[in-house]
Structure formats: structure tokens, C-alpha cells
Write a protein that binds this ligand. Structure first.
Ligand SMILES: *Cc1c(COP(=O)(O)O)cnc(C)c1O
Length: 452
């Protein structure tokens, strides 16, 4: 019989303050399989840590979102927000489902073109577009969403030089009753800046004002903020029609719908408080439908929702490196993944499940990553069974922003796999190695030799 492991007992003050109203044991159950594939097998084949993406879950999320909007509004087009997750395999699933591309840099723009998205189905957002970027976008007939006056003036110069028309929209920021207000992107509605930008655009026949855009924030917990945003865009559109007799072709309400993650400091769990896709769809579509557009001038509704479509399709699998007691008696569990891979751990309390059966004894613990850096904390306090070195865990709802904001800091980025509808596992991004890093470095000759 194997020797049982001994752990030195500690006396600890019980802290009831960290419970929510459902008690402390609501967080976990063992998760041994993802889309029918054993966690153990995935780790054995692709290493630990490893990101896993469920293709069927992406498709399901997308189809649900489209259904929620299309049953309420006749003309709807989604565009996949590249920065949320721009792994090509992920983007292609969205494009196969019918999503256009929404990009915020020329790097993302070229990725979308490379994925086969036609230029006129790429929405080019963001504050940083150079003259060269704008030229490429105009030549590909993309939808250019202007962020600030400097971009507008540069764009006017570019279209005059090229003698080509550009399809443009302006990004509008506004007070939707949610604070802090996102006013650093686009032109402000309340102070007349947006109307001013529209007048400048309309005075240049080379610029075709086809749309109005907003992206009011992210992880928005009230659907009514979107009703306010839609109302303000409709108001601008109706004024454009009144002054120039030009119907606006589309209103782009951006993204920002909440995913089912739980924000740090939230008393209730994310899934219990976030609005449903139907709530967002209802707020937006009824505002536009009730506004008074003529039936044949009803604008197309564009949506660029990111995190709500991908977060729950992504998992991070990892293993316990060690456990220890902190000086105050608290238990600490050290994982082989940290904030280098889980950027979103800075604002979400990600759910962590053991990947194997566990004892009934649980304890509040800190979950750390492997970085030699104090900020590397995945969960400050979570009630979990006592995990031991080598045990495996599943971190949930990590599909958004982690595979784009991950850092190459101390550790390399791991493999990313996708499980398809037939439970087949595909490698979609190879893990990095020392060679990956060295290929970008150059050593001046005089530094080659040394003696110690
Ligand atoms: C980031 C971004 C999105 C997607 O935001 P989510 O919060 O992930 O839905 C959409 N539009 C623009 C302009 C963005 O910058």
C-alpha cells in the first residue's frame, strides 16, 4: 500500500465574510472531460498548461446571438471582433457562420484579408490608422470608422490623392448612464462634436457617410444603456436625412455584451446577473424600430460583440506545481499557469474546477501562478478541495482576450487546441520555444565572447 501523505495541521480562524448567499461550496464539481475528450488525454498529448477551444460552443453562441437579433430586427449583420481572439481557426469558425471582420489595427486588418474576408466586409475601427493603412482600406473598399478629427483630415487628404471614394462612419461616444463614460474614442454626441464631424464629412463628396458607430463600453451590465446609445445614433441619422436627404445605411452598436464570468468584488455570480442576448437585442431593436424610419430606409444593424460569443468556449487546462502554507496559515496552491496566460484574472474571478475526483475536505486558498513575481495571482481566495502536486484543473470561460493579451514573460506561450463537432482535437497554435524568442534577437559581434 502506498504511504499516505502527511500534512502538518494548522489552527486557523474561520472567516465567514467571504461567503455569498449560496454558501461557499457553489464553485466546483470535477470536470474530467471537455466536449467528450478527457482532460488527462489532452494534457498527455499537448502538455500542461494548454488552452482548449470548443468549436461547437462558438457556433452555438453565434447562432443564439443571431437568432436573438434577427427575430426582432429585419436587417442584422455581425462582425467578429478580432482583438477578442484572433487565432485564425477561431476567426474562420465565425466567418463560416456568416460574421464579417471587425479590426482595430492594420495587423488585424491583414489577418482578416488573409483569412479570406472580402475587403468590403471588413470594418476598420480604432484610433491608430496611418496614411498607408487608410490607403489600403480605401482600395479594398472597407468600412472606415473615423475615430478623431486628425484621422478625418488625413483621410480627406488620402481620398483626394487617390481620387477614390471612401465608405466612412464616425464612432460616436455618449452618455448612456453608465460611468465612467468611455469618451476617449470617437466624437462626443452631447457636446455637438459628432454633429460637427458629420457636417465636415458631408461637405466632402469623396467621403460617403454610410454608417454611425458606437461601442459604449465592455461587460455592460444593463441592456438599457444600449437603448440610449441606439436612440442617440438614430437621432443623428434622422438629422442627416433631414439636412442632406441622405439615409444612413447602417447603425453599428459595437460590442460590450457581458459574458458569464464573475467580476472581482461582485456579490453574485456572473451568470445570475448578466442580461441575456435577448435583453440586449430587445433594447436595441425596439429603439430603432420605434424611432420612425421609413420602412425602406431602415438602417442595417451591425454588431461587433466579442467576449459574449467566445468566453465560455475557451478553457485553460493546467497542473498543480506545489502547495504550501503562507505565514498566516492560509493554504496556497501554485499552478503551472499564471497571469502571463490569464490576463483576465486581473478583473475576473475565474471558476476553477479540479479535473479529477477529490476529497470532501475543502479549504479557502490562494491560487498562484508560476511566475517569480508578486502580481502573479489567479484567485486571491477560493474554496477548493485540497489539490496536490500533479493534480489537474480546468479554468473556465477564458476564450476572450487571453489568447491575444497573453504575455511572453518568464514563460513561453503554450499550445492551443480546438475540439471540433466530432470530438476531434486539432492543434491550432503551436507552443513557443526558446528558438521562437531567439529568432528576433541580434547580438552585436563584440558581445559574443566572455570569460568568467
Ligand atoms: C473591443 C471591441 C469590441 C468587442 O468588445 P467586447 O467587449 O469583447 O464585446 C467591439 N467593437 C470595438 C470597436 C472594440 O474596440
Amino acid at each position: 500500500m502506498a504511504k499516505l501523505s502527511y500534512e502538518r495541521p494548522v489552527i486557523q480562524k474561520l472567516n465567514t465574510g467571504s461567503m455569498n448567499k449560496f454558501g461557499t461550496r457553489t464553485e466546483y464539481a470535477p470536470v474530467s472531460h471537455i466536449e467528450g475528450v478527457a482532460v488527462k488525454e489532452i494534457i498527455a498529448e499537448y502538455g500542461s498548461p494548454v488552452f482548449v477551444i470548443s468549436e461547437p460552443q462558438i457556433r452555438k453562441n453565434y447562432q443564439n446571438a443571431v437568432r436573438a437579433f434577427k427575430t426582432r430586427y429585419p436587417k442584422v449583420q455581425f462582425a467578429w471582433s478580432y482583438k477578442t481572439n484572433y487565432l485564425n481557426a477561431v476567426c474562420k469558425v465565425f466567418h463560416q457562420e456568416g460574421a464579417w471582420a471587425e479590426v482595430v489595427s492594420i495587423f488585424e486588418y491583414k489577418k482578416a484579408l488573409g483569412n479570406g474576408v472580402p475587403g468590403n466586409k471588413i470594418i476598420f475601427n480604432g484610433p491608430d490608422k496611418s496614411e498607408e493603412d487608410l490607403t489600403i482600406a480605401i482600395e479594398n473598399k472597407s468600412l472606415i470608422h473615423i475615430d478623431h478629427f486628425d484621422e478625418l483630415y488625413m483621410l480627406i487628404e488620402v481620398v483626394q490623392k487617390l481620387k477614390q471614394k471612401a465608405s466612412v462612419a464616425i464612432r460616436v461616444n455618449m452618455d448612456t448612464g453608465v460611468y465612467p463614460m468611455w469618451d476617449r474614442f470617437g466624437f462626443n454626441y452631447e457636446n455637438g462634436q459628432a454633429w460637427n464631424a458629420i457636417n465636415k464629412i458631408m461637405s466632402h463628396p469623396e467621403l460617403e457617410l454610410n454608417g454611425l458607430h458606437c461601442h459604449i463600453g465592455t461587460y455592460m451590465l444593463t441592456a438599457s444603456a444600449y437603448a440610449t446609445a441606439a436612440w442617440k445614433l438614430c437621432d443623428l441619422a434622422v438629422n442627416v436625412k433631414a439636412k442632406w436627404n441622405k439615409p444612413i445605411q447602417y447603425l453599428d452598436l459595437g460590442g460590450g455584451f457581458a459574458s458569464a464570468n464573475t467580476l472581482k468584488g461582485s456579490y453574485l455570480q456572473g451568470p445570475d446577473i448578466i442580461p441575456s442576448m435577448e435583453d440586449y437585442a430587445e433594447a436595441i431593436s425596439s429603439t430603432i424600430l420605434n424611432f420612425g424610419f421609413k420602412q425602406n430606409e431602415l438602417p442595417t444593424l451591425f454588431l461587433e460583440t466579442g467576449r459574449a460569443l467566445i468566453d465560455d468556449a475557451g478553457y485553460l487546462l493546467g497542473s498543480v506545481i506545489a502547495t504550501k502554507r503562507l505565514s498566516d496559515g492560509r493554504r496556497a496552491t501554485i499552478m503551472d499557469f499564471g497571469v502571463n496566460l490569464l490576463f483576465t484574472a486581473f478583473w475576473y474571478n475565474h471558476k476553477i474546477s479540479p479535473a479529477q475526483e477529490f476529497s470532501h475536505h475543502t479549504e479557502d486558498m490562494v491560487v498562484y501562478g508560476p511566475l517569480c513575481m508578486n502580481i502573479d495571482c489567479i484567485r486571491e481566495s477560493v474554496n477548493l478541495p485540497l489539490l496536490s502536486k500533479g493534480d489537474q484543473v480546468v479554468v473556465h470561460k477564458v476564450g476572450a482576450y487571453n489568447m491575444t493579451q497573453w504575455m511572453q514573460f518568464i514563460q513561453m506561450r503554450p499550445n492551443v487546441v480546438m475540439i471540433d463537432g466530432q470530438n476531434k482535437v486539432h492543434l491550432i497554435r503551436h507552443k513557443e520555444s526558446l528558438d521562437t524568442m531567439l529568432q528576433y534577437e541580434h547580438l552585436p559581434q563584440h558581445l559574443e565572447k566572455f570569460e568568467l
